[in-house]
Design a binder for this molecule. Structure first.
Ligand SMILES: *[C@@H]1O[C@H](CO)[C@@H](O)[C@H](O)[C@H]1NC(C)=O
Ligand SMILES: *[C@@H]1O[C@H](CO)[C@@H](O)[C@H](O)[C@H]1NC(C)=O
Ligand SMILES: *[C@@H]1O[C@H](CO)[C@@H](O)[C@H](O)[C@H]1NC(C)=O
Ligand SMILES: *[C@@H]1O[C@H](CO)[C@@H](O)[C@H](O)[C@H]1NC(C)=O
Length: 214
């Protein structure tokens, strides 16, 4: 039953943004706050300090060549789904959190290419290979969000601050399973961890909800 559910969700999302876009009036969203992995990273991984990550392929062409004309840190030659959502809502491309000069008044992106749902410490504790071996998990991205929140809100609380923000959560999980494959584990061994990986995504959503409503 999974593929039909995924297809329905996608249709819903498309219909929703089409509605927001085709109305002629301005979108009700004034910012986008994004979490995830390479499906959403707009530059965080390449801004991660060397020498932890030397020789990243993302820093070179053909990444970026068909739309931006140069590598941006996106894991594609063009735009991400997140970029099309931003364009449809009339908002700027979502700037990466690690861009210290970034203007986050219309959004910020915590996504990091390669990010797992569960922590680095946990995966390495299971003797799994994590590549890149950095603290970029959903948990770590939520810590970043919590740190940035005062400067995003400037004294406003809960819905006063985030009532017109679009939160984009994920995708998460693919890199957790990739760790099992990199470590030569079987699909059966990886399957045993599915409940835990799904749980950490849903807990992450709940923590985010709590941080945005307190
Ligand atoms: C479309 O515009 C109408 C009238 O301005 C408004 O009531 C409605 O909420 C808008 N819908 C969307 C999806 O922006
Ligand atoms: C930051 O971005 C906002 C919204 O896109 C814009 O209105 C504002 O002028 C920008 N600020 C600076 C300092 O560039
Ligand atoms: C990740 O975080 C843990 C816990 O804070 C720390 O002990 C570890 O050194 C960090 N690893 C890297 C690669 O930064
Ligand atoms: C996984 O298996 C391949 C092929 O047998 C081998 O070359 C590689 O070193 C193995 N990797 C690990 C982490 O065991």
């Amino acid at each position: 039953m999974r593929p039909p559910h995924a297809a329905l969700l996608l249709l819903f999302i498309l219909a929703y943004f089409r509605g927001a876009y085709s109305n002629g009036s301005r979108s009700r969203f004034t910012s986008i706050i994004s979490f995830g992995d390479s499906f959403a990273d707009t530059g965080n991984l390449v801004m991660w300090a060397d020498p932890v990550l030397p020789g990243l392929l993302l820093k070179n062409l053909p990444y970026g060549e068909t739309f931006f004309g140069h590598p941006t840190g996106r894991a594609t030659d063009g735009r991400l789904v997140l970029d099309f959502i931003a364009e449809a809502l009339g908002l700027p491309f979502v700037p990466p959190y690690l861009d210290k000069g970034g203007n986050f008044s219309a959004g910020v992106n915590f996504a990091v290419a390669g990010a797992p749902a569960v922590t680095l410490q946990y995966l390495q504790g299971q003797n799994l290979i994590v590549n890149p071996p950095i603290n970029s998990s959903l948990y770590d991205q939520l810590v970043w969000f919590q740190k940035l929140k005062p400067s995003l809100c400037k004294g406003r609380q809960g819905t006063d601050c985030f009532g017109s923000s679009l939160f984009v959560m994920g995708e998460f999980g693919a890199n957790d399973y990739r760790s099992f494959l990199l470590s030569n584990r079987t699909v059966e061994q990886a399957t045993a961890y599915v409940p835990q990986i799904v749980d950490s995504v849903s807990q992450g959503v709940e923590v985010l909800y709590m941080l945005c409503t307190e």
